[in-house]
Write a protein that binds this ligand. Structure first.
Ligand SMILES: [Zn+2]
Length: 385
């Protein structure tokens, strides 16, 4: 692999408050140097552009088609066709500058297959962390992915089976979800004891647990059981957001990751009152010092796989955060919190996952949609025509 120097452009390193002028030298898949005088190997002129770390999507579903007919398509897909769909979605994400994705729900075998295909270069796509089929109650949220298990014994066995298959994370549905008819979004699906059994098994085997939770009872059970990330964490109650500040304090103290899956869909789905409630909730979570990452739940109806950039805009609006603050959540903070210290920042020694965009994303997040190049492990994997 020959070295490559991105020269003439600006750099945002994943942490700083502003851009700086510098060249980025990549070699052997890693960042070799960053500086005004640095150069090695082939030169790539990025004058007028900004280089930043490849984005990290904290919660995605490559197997869903992001359209309203998602369930009919999911049910009628053969495994082969679903795999092709996942390949296409992965490519869409990569071309949007998303170089690492945590996929929190797909049929287990396909999730592993696609992760390996992207990792080996068999197909172009981001690096994946996968959970495979989410563990859920019989008939519970997303049961159709194949992860039904009830009671401590079955739950322990389910975790062991998933780890045996090769998953990176364990996903559990701690409440119902609106996408699965017959489930209760507001109620806990498992007892704290059952969730604790999952966490115990997962931790024993060196895996972390992500819990889907909307209703406050499910969030509380997940926190008490010691899960590692709270997905959605929407504090959903019968009349809108049912915020529990003492529980938010506890989440902050426990270092649990909060992954709220904020997407551009919020602009269409929520009325003014709901948006205000969600904004107050997000600001409270941020103010309390919870560890947050950026995520969109892309793949679900009306959340396209490339919508992370739009989701970050909504995140910044609702959370009252500057573009740089939300960009950190999709780069350096995500890398650290998801246990991938090798990425998320443009610093010597880290992976050369680089997104090159037109304009200054630290001033306007819209720049993220003007992708010029995507570089993964030091290779240009996408160049805009
Ligand atoms: Zn999801």
């Amino acid at each position: 692999m020959t070295a490559l120097t991105l020269r003439g452009g600006m750099v945002w390193d994943g942490r700083a408050d502003a851009l700086r002028e510098a060249s980025v030298v990549v070699d052997e898949g890693k960042i070799a140097a960053i500086g005004t005088g640095a150069a090695s190997g082939t030169a790539l002129d990025i004058s007028g552009y900004t280089a930043l770390p490849g984005l990290i999507e904290g919660h995605a579903h490559l197997c869903f088609n992001a359209a309203s007919n998602w369930r009919a398509v999911f049910d009628s897909d053969t495994p082969g066709r679903m795999l092709l769909r996942m390949v296409a979605h992965g490519r869409t994400m990569l071309e949007a500058g998303i170089t690492t994705v945590r996929d929190l729900g797909a049929p287990t075998g396909l999730a592993i297959e696609i992760r390996e295909a992207f990792a080996s270069g068999l197909a172009p796509g981001p690096d994946l962390l996968v959970s495979g089929a989410p563990i859920t109650t019989t008939g519970g949220h997303c049961w159709f992915m194949g992860g039904e298990a009830d009671g401590e014994l079955e739950l322990r066995k389910a975790v062991r089976g998933l780890v045996k298959a090769g998953v990176d994370w364990i996903k559990v549905m701690a409440t119902g979800g609106s996408m699965t008819r017959g489930t209760n979004t507001l109620a806990a699906q498992y007892s704290t004891g059952e969730l604790r059994a999952i966490v115990e098994e997962a931790h024993r085997l060196g895996r972390r647990v992500a819990a889907h939770c909307h209703g406050t009872a499910g969030i509380r059970a997940a926190v008490e059981a010691g899960v590692d990330s709270l997905e959605h964490c929407s504090f959903a109650g019968p009349d809108g957001v049912d915020r529990d500040d003492a529980l938010i304090d506890r989440i902050a103290a426990s270092n649990t990751i909060v992954s709220q899956t904020i997407s551009v869909g919020y602009r269409r789905w929520l009325d003014d009152g709901q948006r205000r409630q969600r904004s107050e909730l997000l600001q409270r979570i941020l103010k309390t010092g919870c560890r947050m990452i950026a995520s969109t739940d892309c793949g679900i109806p009306n959340v396209g796989h490339a919508e992370l950039a739009g989701g970050l805009e909504v995140f910044s609006e609702l959370g009252g955060l500057s573009p740089v603050q939300v960009l950190r959540l999709a780069t350096s903070a995500s890398g650290e919190l998801l246990g991938m210290a090798d990425r998320g920042a443009l610093e010597p020694g880290r992976r050369a996952d680089v997104l090159v965009v037109s304009g200054d994303p630290t001033a306007n997040l819209g720049a993220l949609t003007r992708v010029r190049y995507v570089i993964k492990r030091g290779q240009v994997v996408f160049a805009a025509p």
